[in-house]
Design a protein around this ligand. Structure first.
Ligand code: ATP
Length: 242
């Protein structure tokens, strides 16, 4: 059976000290979030609130806080798709995906297969600078997915793309997750995107960050493609958020 990958994050205190003339920032105080195994949770909140910081804490990248992160499985594999694609310019597309994986023939095959699913089969040997931002984001998504993560952290992965490309990538993500269920923690500013993808939208406010509302999205994959249905739930998320 696949590893369980739910989690609970408790942050008693996360404060960035004053530096370079910027004042101290107390981002989190007595914050708690539980994420069920194989749920898709969107974190919605204004810019600068501390959403990236939360993902960094969950990923173990930021250990400078008081509190704890507990996973329901031992050592879950965590995939992290950052806000910018963060590809190494001197490595090909395939090598950028392989960076996340252990060495071995089967991993090369897996990386190729995921690139194929992303429509990037022909771009394997290309260097990132030759790719559009949309394609670079697909490579970053492929890198996170090739790892077959138990938990996928995504930080506004579709921001600053044109709407058509963003919509294609949302479809692709929904598709991949349907085929290989994964727990997802997805940061966004975009309430429509949150409803379109997530089965739970957690609306954050603050500082310090608190959960303003916690909204379940019970839409079928088909209804998520219908603007009217998405808009109805979104009205609720935005109303309760406002
Ligand atoms: N290393 C750091 N040192 C000091 N302050 C920081 C550091 N990292 C982030 N901050 C500050 O903490 C606050 C929260 O940052 P964070 O990136 O987590 O917010 P966010 O909600 O993800 O915002 P955005 O949506 O704009 O990315 C911001 O005011 C930011 O300037």
């Amino acid at each position: 059976m696949a590893a369980m990958s739910g989690l609970t994050v408790e942050i008693a205190d996360k404060t960035f000290p004053a530096s370079d003339g910027a004042p101290e920032r107390a981002l989190y105080r007595d914050f708690r979030l539980e994420v069920a195994d194989r749920s898709f949770v969107a974190l919605l909140g204004p810019s600068g609130l501390g959403k990236t910081t939360l993902l960094n804490i969950v990923a173990g990248v930021d250990k400078d806080f008081r509190g704890k992160v507990a996973f329901t499985s031992e050592k879950p594999r965590i995939g992290y798709a950052f806000q910018s694609p963060r590809l190494l310019p001197w490595r090909t597309v395939l090598d950028n995906v392989l960076l996340a994986l252990p060495k071995g023939r089967e991993h090369v095959e897996r990386a190729r297969a995921v690139l194929g699913e992303m429509g990037l089969g022909d771009a394997e040997r290309v260097f990132p600078e030759r790719l559009s931002l949309g394609m670079q984001r697909r490579v970053a998504l492929a890198r996170a997915f090739a790892l077959e993560p138990d938990l996928l952290l995504m930080d506004e992965p579709f921001v600053s793309l044109d709407e058509q490309t963003a919509e294609k990538l949302r479809d692709l993500l929904a598709d991949l997750i349907q085929r290989r269920p994964t727990t997802v923690l997805f940061v966004t500013h975009d309430s429509r995107e949150a409803v379109r993808l997530a089965d739970r939208v957690v609306v954050l406010a603050g500082p310090p960050v608190r959960i303003e509302r916690d909204v379940r999205v019970e839409l079928t994959p088909e209804k998520r493609r219908e603007a009217g249905d998405v808009e109805r739930v979104r009205d609720h998320v935005v109303r309760v958020a406002g």
